[in-house]
Structure formats: structure tokens, C-alpha cells
Design a protein around this ligand. Structure first.
Ligand code: NAD
Ligand code: DAU
Length: 378
């Protein structure tokens, strides 16, 4: 191990245990963690359709990196890992994360997001009890959650803050809300030194192309339809993934135990705005594409059932207490993202072969087209 330092500047050889580190945000976090020289990582990931070891190819041979292929619902495995590696923190990303999949098949969401979080909390409590006093004082459990637990906003409503009551609307959001409540109970009842973050929509490299931005880039590049749900006026608050990862590090290292921190980019955009901006970027970056102008590919399709209208995050607590600021604007982050996907078409092709085609048929096959956007075809 090459001189890794902890926050106090003292070399700390103990790893952190990351769950779901082969997914979108988890893999970006592991890459950022190593880039910042913060020490060893043990990554526990089940490698569902959303997990891809290729995301971490650049660190796979690093002696500070250990990959464990396994399920967070496997209590015996989690217990053994904690006993063996004695991590100084658990950073919990592993989840089923796609709202549309939760509507078509909620079971996996309840299992991983609720039972899996319970399994980790239960094992973490036993691990904490077995630690020496100094290590116990430093141990942290960071639960990575979502703004969807707060429900939906009207156009003029203030942004979600940490005291906004929970009102989850989709099976995904309900399962994440349940997991947040479990974490809260473990802090309150068992004094587990846990923290929760609730973040808005992320985008950036390695996001699976079932989510809005990478789906639209992948489809547009191939001249496929760009399916906009409902009227396309739903609003999301976009944050570049690296900014989320930096916020997580700040909360892990300086956050107050038992607290929740909202994370968001202050970039509210309607879905239609996002898609038309992507089309304009693709027109510029692919001047020879026969699908230009890409906007002609936009089609309105049947809405997502129970579709939340608007999310927006008030991140003033995180900014004020921990000094975090988003580095990327939506414009710079989106350009980087499009450039990354255009430069990594092999990655996209690998993850969209096989089972992905079945998902596309399942989610979009029965959605009738309801019209075309301005500039699009009927
Ligand atoms: P993702 O779907 O890209 O990745 C999830 C990862 O978890 C995958 O590597 C998958 O293999 C792994 N996993 C799933 N079930 C598992 C299990 N039972 N055991 C072990 N590993 C398992 O998700 P993401 O977008 O990277 O989201 C990561 C976390 O951040 C989630 O908890 C999500 O709720 C939260 N979050 C996501 C966003 C976003 O915009 N993507 C925003 C806020 C919060
Ligand atoms: O807000 C944080 C959440 O953001 C995370 O907790 C979730 O894990 C993450 O998936 C994301 O949830 P959304 O449902 O907001 O993301 P998604 O990319 O699926 O959709 C973004 C918006 O775009 C949403 O209003 C639905 C719409 N959409 C999505 C797809 C896939 C379309 O109009 N067409 C599509 O084909």
C-alpha cells in the first residue's frame, strides 16, 4: 500500500467496505477514492445487470482493491467480510435503482433495498461492538439514498430540505424510504454511527443506459426513437456524478453522526429540455451523422404510472456545514458525459447486448406513441 493517509494525515491501512461499487455511482466513487489516495477498498457487489466490473478495470490490479462477488442479503458473507477486513467504514450504494423496473417488478427492490440494508445494519452493529474503543469511535456507516423519498413537488414549492416529510410514490422510492428509516432506527436505538445522504438525479460516465441521459445518447447515436414520457415537463435536479462522490466523502469524513444531508446540483431542468440539449450536443459532436438533427427522433410515449412531477434539492446544510460545492455546471457536465459515451461505444455495446434488449421490449414495447415533439416526426 502506497502511503495512503486518513483525514488526519496518518497512514490508515484499514479498508472501507463499499457495497454496489460496480454500479454507476459506486464505481465513480471507488475511482475518486483511489484518485484522492484515501486507502484500501473492499467492494461487495452481486453484479446484477447494473453491475459491471469493467467500470473498475483501471484499479482492478491495485493491491489496495479487493472485489467480492456476493449479495448484501447474505448475512453470513457480510459477517465474514467484516470480521476479516475490519473496515473503518461501510459506504452502502448497493440497490435496485430504476423506477420503471420497480413498477414492473417490485420484489427485487424490497429484497435488496430493505432486507439488504437490514442485513448490513445488523452485521455492522455486531462489528462495531467487537471493535476496540478508538476504532469504534471512528467507525461510520454511510447510507446513500435518494431525493425520491420526499415525493413530488408542485411548480412553486420550495426545494426538498432535510426536514421535508417522507412521501415516497414509487415502489423504488418506498423501498429506499424504508431503508432510510431502518438506518435512523439503528442510530437511535443501537447508537450505530450512521449518516444518510439524499441526492438528486446523477448523470455521468458508467450510468447504465436504462436511465434518461445515457438512454437518449445511445438511442440517438443509432437513430432510434427518443421516448419522452407524458408531456416531458417533469423536472429533475441534475448533479454530475463526481460532485456527488465528493459530497459523500465530505459527509463520511466530516458529517455529524445521525444526520441527514441533502445533495443536489441546483440544476432543475424539464425532461424535454434535457433531451433537446442532448440532441443539440450530438448534432455538434457528430457532424456527419445521418440522424441530424437528432431532435427529429423525439417521440412522446405513454407516461410512467405515478410519475413524480418535480424534484428539487436544497443543499444548503451540506454547503454550510461541510463546505461542499458542485464543481460542474449542467452544461459542462452534460458535455463531458456525451463525450464520454461517444468515446466509449464498446462499453455501451457490451452492456446493452443480451438481457438489455428484453428490458427495452418490456418497458417500451407496450407504450403507445402519443405524438412527436417540436421538430420530431409523428
Ligand atoms: P446502479 O443500479 O447503477 O448500481 C447498483 C449496484 O448495486 C450494481 O453494481 C449492482 O450489481 C449492485 N447490487 C444490486 N443488488 C445487490 C445486492 N443484493 N447485493 C450486492 N450488490 C447489489 O445504481 P446507482 O445509480 O449507482 O445508485 C447507487 C445508489 O445511489 C443507490 O442506492 C441509489 O438508490 C442511490 N442514488 C442514485 C441516484 C441516481 O441518480 N442514480 C441518485 C440518488 C441516490
Ligand atoms: O432523483 C434521484 C433518482 O434519480 C435516483 O434515486 C434513481 O435511482 C435514478 O434512477 C433517478 O430516478 P428517475 O426516475 O428520476 O430517473 P430516470 O433516468 O429513470 O428518469 C428521469 C426522468 O426522465 C423521469 O422523469 C422519467 C423520464 N424518462 C425516463 C426514461 C428512462 C423519460 O421521459 N423517458 C425514458 O425513456
Amino acid at each position: 500500500m502506497n502511503g495512503t493517509k486518513n483525514i488526519n494525515g496518518v497512514r490508515d491501512p484499514r479498508p472501507i467496505l463499499v457495497t454496489g461499487g460496480a454500479g454507476f455511482i459506486g464505481s465513480n466513487f471507488v475511482l475518486e477514492w483511489f484518485a484522492a489516495g484515501k486507502g484500501p477498498v473492499v467492494n461487495l457487489d452481486k453484479l446484477t445487470y447494473a453491475g459491471n466490473p469493467e467500470n473498475l478495470a483501471t484499479v482492478a490490479k491495485n493491491s489496495d482493491y479487493t472485489f467480492v462477488h456476493g449479495d448484501i442479503c447474505d448475512g453470513e458473507l457480510v459477517k465474514q467480510l467484516l470480521e476479516r477486513y475490519k473496515p473503518r467504514a461501510i459506504v452502502h450504494f448497493a440497490a435496485e435503482s430504476h423506477v420503471d423496473r420497480s413498477i414492473l417488478g417490485p420484489e427485487a427492490f424490497l429484497r435488496t433495498n430493505i432486507d439488504g440494508t437490514f442485513t448490513l445494519l445488523h452485521a455492522a452493529k455486531a462489528h462495531l461492538d467487537a471493535l476496540e474503543e478508538e476504532d469504534r469511535a471512528r467507525f461510520r456507516f454511510l447510507h446513500v439514498s435518494t431525493d425520491e423519498v420526499y415525493g413530488t413537488l408542485e411548480p412553486e414549492d420550495p426545494a426538498f430540505h432535510e426536514e421535508t416529510p417522507y412521501a415516497p410514490n414509487s415502489p423504488y422510492a418506498a423501498s429506499k424510504a424504508a431503508s432510510d428509516h431502518l438506518v435512523r432506527a439503528w442510530v437511535h436505538t443501537y447508537k450505530l454511527p450512521a449518516l444518510i445522504t439524499n441526492c438528486s438525479n446523477n448523470y455521468g460516465p458508467y450510468q447504465f443506459p436504462e436511465k434518461l441521459i445515457p438512454l437518449m445518447i445511445a438511442n440517438a447515436r443509432q437513430g432510434k426513437t427518443l421516448p419522452v414520457y407524458g408531456d416531458g415537463q417533469q423536472v429533475r435536479d441534475w448533479l454530475y456524478v463526481t460532485d456527488h462522490c465528493k459530497a459523500l466523502m465530505a459527509v463520511l469524513e466530516q458529517g455529524r453522526i445521525g444526520e441527514t444531508y441533502n445533495v443536489g446540483g441546483g440544476n432543475q431542468r424539464s425532461n424535454l429540455e434535457v433531451v433537446t440539449t442532448l440532441c443539440a450536443l450530438l448534432d455538434e459532436l457528430l457532424p456527419d451523422s445521418r440522424f441530424r438533427p437528432h431532435q427529429q427522433l423525439i417521440k412522446y410515449v405513454a407516461d410512467r404510472p405515478g410519475h413524480d412531477r418535480r424534484y428539487a434539492i436544497d443543499a444548503r446544510k451540506l454547503e454550510g456545514e461541510l463546505g461542499w460545492r458542485a464543481q460542474e455546471s449542467f452544461e459542462t457536465g452534460l458535455r463531458k458525459t456525451v463525450e464520454w459515451y461517444l468515446a466509449n461505444t464498446d462499453w455501451v455495446e457490451n452492456v446493452t447486448s443480451g438481457a438489455y434488449q428484453h428490458w427495452v421490449q418490456q418497458n417500451y414495447g407496450s407504450r403507445e406513441t402519443t405524438g412527436a415533439a417540436a421538430g420530431g416526426t409523428k
